[in-house]
Design a protein around this ligand. Structure first.
Ligand code: SF4
Ligand code: SF4
Length: 206
């Protein structure tokens, strides 16, 4: 069965994301799709955005159990759910409980291989954008993590977390004033469609 799939590309700098209408009727038909396999990892670019804009959500993340807290990242580990797993932010009723711009980068950029939008000739401009963005996020997170480490600040020690965030806010504000050209040159939002033959259950490739 061939169906039309709509992708909306949102260019919000470090909060960019891809919206896919197929997710609401995911061909996996297991109520969790790709969210049954992933544990989101929040890096400095995510953490500082939540600190400034969504402090309640940040507090909620740190209050969860089974976290993996490293020097500059927090992993919210998934839990066993039937034959597979389930992300802690996933609800059986409505999918991810986080608005897309508040998710970490994999969850903002990921589109399953079954849709395979990156292979489309007509979408190569957005492919380059998200490739460049991924590299830029990794480079920014590594740079900020190194600066914080050199200051002796780590998330592993709860008493240093206020300092972690106050230093991070300074780095974040400098970054906002110096966004790279590849972000400034793409539109803020663009809708594209493609057609795919759907297969169901585990035949649909993640
Ligand atoms: S597997 Fe694909 S269609 Fe299903 S929720 Fe994930 S990205 Fe959406
Ligand atoms: S944070 Fe949301 S999008 Fe990411 S794995 Fe969890 S439920 Fe899915």
């Amino acid at each position: 069965m061939e169906t039309e799939i709509t992708l909306v590309f949102h260019n919000l700098g470090l909060r960019s994301f891809i919206e896919v209408d197929l997710c609401a009727r995911c061909p996996r038909q297991d109520d969790k799709g790709c969210c049954g396999f992933y544990s989101p990892v929040f890096y400095p670019t995510d953490l500082v955005y939540l600190y400034i804009n969504e402090p309640d959500l940040l507090r909620h993340i740190f209050s969860l159990d089974h976290l993996t807290i490293l020097d500059a990242s927090v992993t919210v580990n998934n839990v066993i759910d039937g034959e597979s797993y389930r992300c802690r932010f996933h609800s059986q009723a409505g999918g991810c409980t986080l608005p897309q711009h508040l998710r970490e980068s994999v969850c903002r950029h990921f589109v399953c291989a079954g849709i395979g939008w990156m292979e489309e000739d007509s979408l190569q401009d957005w492919r380059r954008f998200f490739d460049d963005l991924t590299d830029y996020e990794i480079e920014t997170n590594n740079r900020w993590s190194e600066i914080l480490a050199n200051l002796g600040i780590t998330l592993r020690r709860p008493e240093l977390r206020d300092r972690f965030f106050s230093e991070l806010v300074k780095l974040y504000r400098d970054n906002l004033d110096n966004l790279p050209d590849f972000i400034k040159s793409m539109p803020e939002e663009e809708t594209r469609t493609l057609r795919r033959s759907l297969v169901f259950g585990t035949e649909w490739i993640l």
